[in-house]
Ligand binder design. Structure first.
Ligand code: SER
Length: 887
């Protein structure tokens, strides 16, 4: 049975039984506690927790999931992957154990045709009810086992819904190991389906078992998950998941690249599987907007890519691996998952760039490693330190397995214990930092959840108006509900209905004012979504007292709101234009839509040229000023997609989406507030583009009045410059150019005059030379010259002394420092006299050293007051060398 048939059989079975077909949410979850989507139930979490009402009582989905906790097992077992497709059926307060067990049994035995005699089940410790249900459908007690919390109690790994579960297993037969059921052998008895009975809420805590149960869920239900890969493995009767039709074409590509076949066992087999499996995971992650980086999901992706490259190298593939293997993933799965095909260019570019940069890392790391190995050998230590291994890993991203291997080849051991200790300490540091933050955030979330459970979501009135009446549902002080708050207090305020937009989709939250009939005034400094669709107003009580239950008149700062709306519409126009000018790959990757300015991040691989920026700016303004209509409409997700609406990376959308069209050139899913007509945006001015990470660029721009204000600032600057130049602003450039020419000429003149002056001075000095045995000698102080001029003077004077037989020593004090220069005539140089030897003692006296050689030397020092002494010494030294040179 082909995987597409498995998917549709599953979906058809449950839709025929009243389940709403829900599409997979993106791998980047709409849940701050979760790094990546790890189960089909993620997107339904708010329903179980009672944060939002479930729009349907039952649902079915095929969910993209990523889990990297098992990454070491990939390739080592038949069934582990970092990415998988999870087939799941869900009930929210509808059916429970009996129905779900009956559904599961019927589907696998009838529609999928698995042999009933090979099915086993496990249940949570005392869950007798599930045992009875399994027996009723046909699994005998002898093939039902009880397991503990570790195996049969499921949670997301983060705070959220959880509950006991029951798992269905398939016996692959004695070829896969000893008997005894899933409790003793989970390779032979392979888990295929996990049925979770969602009943409780879990709090903050470590791992699978160590966390508090917070109580019963507001909405109990069912959450099941069956791995498509495992089912395909059984139904296609292959040995491991890489051989199923989901991955076989990619495995084939790896074989082609490696130029050898897929072996039945051993280390090479592991490498084949790692490259194959990771290729699929990275393709999906990139398609959902994850880019390789050094933290969070970016790091998960980077790790997968590097691991795949490394295993590719182990297979002897020297050229690029990733673009080819991800290409085969796209070719194979791009129909079932159109996002892969849509992002094919991006996947190819990102994988290529990352592989190249990893190549550099490897080369750099290899050099460091070689040096460390050499040192260890010289020191005869026989061991490479844990610190070195850690530094290579941490700072250079050099895989530790490589360090181990290279050390091994060089006959060295690696202090692995120390390495592991350093790694653990670092992970601990990273964790505790993150945890304090989550704890505070969780307290707040708890309060919000209770309020939503009691009152439902906030009614948002702000698309139509900026003032409205509302009732205060709660006043929160540091996350705790209080009856009232008085002047001066900072609080959070919840209303039943509000015109205040809560920050979302890059658009900043509204600010403004609340008033009550009895004269209380509050300033709203921000509005955000405490939970999806639940508006939290950050407020300061300015006057009077605010109480829960009061009616308030809420007024958004409408001027600011219009300015933000201009930025939002401008951002959509910019998005469309950037893709026209740079190419379809340049999709939005985050934005800030603010009062009079915007920041727009998008995928692109190089800096923008000045002419590209100018073209983008010009086109944006053309578009805006052509005054296109801005139209907002609603549709279901599929219809919107057919209509070509751009969905943003990583955003989760409801089934009914809001679509914003601008003219005929921009159509995006968007919940933000916009202008009604393009021309209301006014002007857009780009401030430039910068890099904000690998393959990500950022354009900042001013909009509306701020665009004018930025032009105004430049005009003011020009006016000031023109004022200084005494010209009109439009003539400033010409005026400045003239000034610069004039200045250059004047500088030339000054230099010429100074040159003449120095030549005359040098001539005077030469004339004053005294005759001493062996030659002529000048040693004197001059004033008002720079160090450079002092050397020039000494040199020129020495040349001027008759037949090159003189030594000139000059000294000056300049800016509190003493300087000396000595020059030796050509004849004396022939006799072997060095300018520097004349200065060496004198230099010491002024506190410096003599530099230079041959005909010219100089020295400088702090002791300007000792210049006289220094000159006397230099004169004596010069006389001595002259005397000596005649002998
Ligand atoms: N949430 C459960 C799991 O991921 C069942 O879907 O295994």
């Amino acid at each position: 049975m082909h995987s597409q048939q498995i998917r549709s059989t599953f979906l058809d079975f449950f839709t025929a039984r009243g389940h709403e077909l829900v599409r997979s949410s993106p791998l980047v979850p709409d849940d701050p506690t979760l790094l990546l989507a790890n189960a089909g139930m993620n997107q339904f979490k708010p329903y179980y927790l009672g944060e939002s009402p479930a729009p349907y009582p039952r649902a079915v989905s095929v969910q993209k999931c990523a889990r990297t906790s098992d990454i070491e097992n990939v390739g080592r077992t038949a069934r582990h992957g970092t990415f998988f497709e999870m087939l799941g059926n869900f009930s929210f307060g509808d059916y429970f154990k009996q129905e779900t067990i009956a559904y599961a049994y019927e589907l696998v035995t009838r529609d999928f045709g698995l042999d009933p005699e090979r099915l086993w089940a496990t249940v949570y410790l005392d869950d007798d009810e599930s045992i009875r249900c399994w027996e009723k459908v046909g699994i005998p007690t002898s093939r039902i086992q009880r397991l503990g919390k570790e195996d049969n109690f499921w949670s997301m790994g983060v705070p959220g819904p959880c509950g006991p579960n029951s798992e269905l297993y398939y016996d692959r037969g004695p070829a896969f190991g000893r008997d005894g059921g899933p409790a003793v052998n989970d390779e032979r008895y392979m888990e295929i389906w996990n049925l979770v009975f969602m009943q409780f809420g879990r709090g903050e805590g470590e791992g699978k078992t160590d966390y508090p149960i917070l109580g019963e869920l507001p909405m109990k239900g069912i959450d099941t998950g069956m791995g498509l890969e495992r089912l395909a493995l059984l139904l296609q009767d292959v040995e491991n998941v890489c051989q199923t039709d989901l991955l076989a074409p990619t495995l084939h590509t790896v074989q082609e690249l490696a130029g050898r076949g897929y072996p039945g066992s051993g280390a090479e087999k592991v490498s084949f599987q790692v490259v194959t499996e990771h290729a699929r995971a990275m393709s999906f992650l990139i398609a959902d907007g994850v880019l390789p980086g050094n933290e969070g999901r970016g790091y998960v992706l980077r790790r997968l890519m590097r691991r795949a490259v490394r295993h590719g190298r182990l297979l002897g593939i020297d050229g690029p691996v990733l673009p080819a293997v991800t290409g085969s993933v796209i070719a194979n799965l791009g129909t079932a998952w159109p996002e892969l095909a849509e992002q094919a260019d991006l996947i190819e570019q990102i994988t290529r760039a990352e592989e190249e940069s990893f190549g550099r890392t490897l080369r750099q790391g290899a050099k460091l490693l070689d040096a460390a190995v050499r040192r260890a050998k010289e020191e005869n230590s026989g061991t490479l330190s844990g610190e070195t291994a850690f530094e290579l890993h941490d700072t250079f991203g050099f895989p530790v397995e490589l360090t181990l291997e290279s050390a091994h080849d060089a006959g060295l051991a690696v202090d692995e214990d120390r390495f592991k200790a350093l790694l653990a300490a670092q992970q601990q540091r990273a964790k505790s930092g993150g945890k304090a933050k989550t704890a505070a955030a969780l307290r707040r979330q708890e309060a919000y959840r209770e309020l939503v459970a009691r009152h439902g979501r906030t009614e948002f009135l702000g698309y139509e108006r900026t003032t409205a009446e509302g009732t205060v549902l709660a006043v929160l002080d540091e996350g705790s509900p209080v009856a009232a708050a008085s002047a001066g207090q900072q609080i959070e305020l919840i209303l039943d209905a509000t015109p205040f937009y809560a920050e979302r989709g890059g658009q900043v939250g509204d600010t403004g004012e609340l008033r009550t009939a009895d004269g209380t005034v509050l300033e709203i400094t921000d509005t955000r979504n405490g939970l999806p669709g639940f508006h939290v107003h950050t407020a300061r009580v300015v006057e009077g007292e605010i109480r829960s239950g009061q009616t308030v008149e809420a007024a958004v700062d409408a001027v600011r709101r219009s300015s933000v709306a201009r930025s939002h519409s401008a951002t959509h126009v910019l998005h469309a234009v950037v893709r026209e000018v740079l190419g379809k790959h340049a999709v939005q990757h985050g934005s800030l839509v603010d009062d009079g300015r915007l920041r727009f991040d998008f995928v692109h691989f190089s800096a923008l040229s000045q002419s590209q920026l100018e073209e983008i700016e010009a086109r944006v303004n053309q578009r805006v000023l052509a005054d296109p209509e801005v139209r907002v409409w609603h549709a279901d997700r599929a219809e919107a997609e057919r209509a070509g609406a751009l969905a943003l990376f990583g955003e989760k959308y409801e089934d009914t989406v809001r679509i914003v069209d601008i003219g005929d050139f921009s159509r995006e899913l968007c919940g933000g507030t916009h202008v009604a007509h393009g021309a209301q945006v006014g002007a857009v001015r780009l401030a430039g583009d910068v890099s904000v990470g690998a393959n990500l660029r950022r354009i900042e721009a001013w909009t509306g009045f701020e665009a004018l204000a930025s032009a105004d600032r430049e005009r003011q600057l020009l006016r000031e410059l023109a004022g200084l130049l005494g010209s009109r602003p439009e003539d400033a450039v010409g005026a400045l150019r003239k000034r610069l020419e004039l200045l250059a000429r004047a500088q030339g003149e000054v230099e010429r005059m100074r040159g003449a002056e120095l030549t005359a001075l040098a001539a005077g000095l030469a004339e004053k030379a005294d005759a001493v045995p062996g030659g002529l000698l000048v040693a004197t102080r001059v004033e008002g010259v720079t160090a450079q001029e002092l050397r020039q003077l000494a040199s020129t004077a020495a040349v001027r002394i008759a037949s090159g037989a003189g030594i000139v020593v000059l000294g000056t004090a300049h800016e509190g420092k003493a300087m000396l220069a000595s020059a030796v005539g050509a004849r004396l140089r022939e006799r072997g006299i060095e300018a520097r030897e004349v200065l060496s003692e004198a230099a010491a006296v002024i506190g410096g050293g003599a530099g230079g050689k041959g005909a010219l030397a100089s020295a400088g020092g702090r002791h300007a007051d000792r210049l006289g002494d220094a000159l006397s010494l230099a004169r004596a030294a010069a006389a001595t060398v002259l005397g000596r040179s005649t002998r």
